[in-house]
Design a protein around this ligand. Structure first.
Ligand SMILES: [Zn+2]
Length: 130
């Protein structure tokens, strides 16, 4: 990787805000905070995660963790309070956001348009432009 490419990837990483992880009982909050991954538990067992869509569209995304339902995601909570989801989150409707969520950070898939602008809006807490 050349110097410019290294600088760009360093700079892009600075732009990625880190999502915190919060545990909630039974249901995701009606008005989730930005940059927060909610782990929804029942009797202490996580069954779903929810987050405000990082693209700024205002939708709440729900990802199922129960292995007998599809689609299903695997959640890893790291020691530093961040979390990782596998596989990627791919919205088939609405804003069509497609991203990987790793260590509390959003990595847009390559073909996603305006990925840099999305990162900046997420960092500044702005919504999606109309
Ligand atoms: Zn969205």
């Amino acid at each position: 990787m050349g110097v410019w490419a290294r600088f760009k990837s360093w700079f892009r990483d600075r732009l990625r805000p880190r999502f915190g992880t919060e545990y909630v009982e039974e249901d995701a909050p009606a008005h989730p905070k930005a940059r927060t991954l909610y782990i929804v538990t029942e009797d202490g067992d996580p069954w779903s995660v929810a987050m405000l869509c990082p693209c700024g569209c205002g939708e709440t995304l729900h990802m199922n963790l129960l292995p007998d339902e599809r689609p299903v995601w695997r959640l890893t909570v790291n020691g530093d309070g961040t979390s990782t989801l596998h596989p990627s989150v791919n919205r088939m409707k609405g804003c069509r956001a497609h991203f990987w969520f790793r260590n509390g950070r959003v990595y847009w898939c390559d073909y996603q348009s305006q990925a840099l602008m999305k990162d900046i809006r997420l960092l500044l807490g702005l919504g999606r432009p109309q």
